[in-house]
Design a protein. Structure first.
Length: 105
């Protein structure tokens, strides 16, 4: 029974947080400095999610040639910077990691 209560409470809290933004629409105007920084939120979140996967191996920082994920990630970053194509970036990252794993093994 406690699990169901916990899920209900978590669901209500999630709904309340999300609804608060909808209800505040038009009633609250954030400061200009805050609106200026909003475009940087997605890239900051993406960096926070991907950086540990690229830089850490078994919980330790590895920046050398043995870190295949790092090299594949750098290849994907180059592809993203040159072609600005999401599908091509993801595909090139996967292909680079696949090739590095096959060549390294």
């Amino acid at each position: 029974m406690n699990l169901w209560v916990l899920m209900l409470v978590c669901g209500l809290l999630t709904f309340a947080i999300r609804y608060s933004f909808i209800a505040a629409e038009g009633h609250y105007q954030p400061p200009a400095w805050f609106r200026h920084l909003l475009p940087f939120v997605p890239i900051a979140a993406l960096t926070a999610l991907t950086a540990p996967e690229l830089l850490l191996m078994q919980g330790e920082l590895v920046l050398g040639g043995s870190n295949q994920r790092l090299w594949a990630g750098l290849a994907a970053i180059v592809v993203a910077a040159v072609w600005r194509n999401t599908l091509l970036t993801i595909g090139s990252g996967f292909l680079a990691l696949f090739l590095l794993q096959r060549l390294g093994a």
